[in-house]
Design a binder for this molecule. Structure first.
Ligand code: SIN
Length: 386
């Protein structure tokens, strides 16, 4: 009897254990396990869908991103540090990881051309970049190009490309004022907007553009206005050409000066650009730096003069002597807005005037002009039209 009771207890206990085990298998397990399991499969298919480097969506335009460095690729020691960081640290893949949304508006391919602080930009890199841009734009599989770049010299590179790119397809230079590690870094949205511009057929024929802070500026007229502020780029009295909102560019102006496919400058066989120095005019100036520039092999000098390009008397003598030795002199201005007007003395001295180009952009145009000619009259016509 006792044995039977014992056996019954044993059977009941066994059944209970089995029941608990079965319930555990069929009912939801621990919460974390359930959450982990269900999305796993979903995530997998999503990841595959969102990898356009491997899967091209025929309905989306193809945008190529060429990375060159700058603050947009900068890394600081802490997320509150917005100055004193190292620019040109992060590679293109990391930049793109911060904005996976770009892959929803374009098929993206990336090239890391260099990874530098743009204050270290050289003529060699400019030529290499321009040749890469022209090569990529010649392909039917590229609809537009975005170039990530440091903001310190972005306007020079943009203007150089504006003069030598042989295509109507959009080319957009983009940077950031805060490093990628900062709270409220501006790089990701700027990059997203730049891709939106490069991906849009509306952007064709506007020349090379600069995009930061939702503004679209022309390469010729956009300049950096503030050393550290996020809203640091503007086109002064000539105006931005548009803005970008909600993944779409809106255009209001077209650059009237010659650019891209209309430009006569062709760098396809150029391996070196002539040396052009910029000298900054000031009270109590001298000719020391003019003579040093000539001695150093300058083929051209941009004089960033006071006011309407005026020059200190001793410096003027130095410039006239330099011109007599065959150096082309361009009178520009250190003043932020307005043009430098052509004066009768320029005729006598065979000086060129910069029109409304700032000294940094005047250096770019003079280098290209000197690759063609050293005739000041011809060079003046470039400054009047480009
Ligand atoms: C740079 O020009 O590379 C550093 C500064 C910046 O991108 O804002």
């Amino acid at each position: 009897m006792r044995k039977t009771i014992k056996n019954r207890f044993f059977l009941i206990a066994l059944s209970l254990l089995l029941l608990i085990g079965l319930t555990a298998c069929s009912s939801p397990q621990s919460k974390s396990e359930t959450i982990e399991k269900a999305p796993k499969t979903e995530m997998k298919s999503e990841t595959v869908k969102k990898t356009p480097q491997k899967i091209t969506n025929e309905e989306l335009p193809n945008v190529s991103i060429i990375a060159t460095g700058g603050t947009i690729a900068g890394v600081a020691a802490s997320d509150t540090q917005t100055t004193g960081y190292k620019a040109g640290e992060v590679a293109i893949e990391t930049l793109l990881d911060a904005v996976p949304e770009v892959k929803e508006i374009a098929n993206i391919t990336g090239t890391q051309l260099v990874n530098i602080d743009s204050s270290a930009m050289t003529n060699e890199i400019l030529l290499k970049l321009a040749k890469e841009v022209n090569k990529q734009l010649a392909s039917d599989s590229v609809d537009g190009i975005v170039i990530t770049h440091g903001t310190d010299t972005i306007e020079e590179t943009a203007y150089f490309l504006n003069l030598v790119v042989k295509s109507e397809k959009p080319v957009v230079l983009v940077g950031a004022m805060r490093p990628s590690t900062a709270i409220s870094a501006d790089g990701p949205l700027n990059l997203y907007n730049a891709v939106a511009i490069a991906a849009s057929p509306d952007s064709k024929g506007h020349g090379v553009m600069i995009e930061l802070n939702e503004k679209i500026g022309s390469a010729r007229d956009t300049t950096k206005l503030n050393t550290t502020a996020v809203n640091s780029f503007d086109s002064f009295e000539y105006g931005d050409i548009g803005n970008v909102q909600g993944s779409k560019p809106y255009f209001y102006n077209k650059p009237s000066r010659i650019h891209t496919s209309e430009s006569k400058f062709d760098i396809s066989n150029v391996t070196e650009l002539p040396k052009v120095e910029i000298l900054y005019g000031h009270g109590n100036d001298s000719r020391v730096l003019v003579d040093a520039a000539v001695k150093g092999g300058a083929k051209g000098i941009i004089h960033a003069g006071t006011g309407n390009g005026s020059v200190f008397p001793e410096t003027q003598e130095g410039l006239v002597d330099a011109q007599k030795k065959g150096v082309v002199i361009v009178r520009a201005s250190r003043v932020a807005t307005g043009m430098v007007t052509h004066e009768a003395t320029d005729e006598t001295n065979k000086f060129v005037t910069s029109d409304s180009l700032n000294p940094a952009k005047a250096r770019i145009l003079l280098m290209l002009a000197l690759s063609e000619t050293s005739d000041p009259v011809k060079i003046q016509s470039y400054f009047d039209n480009y």
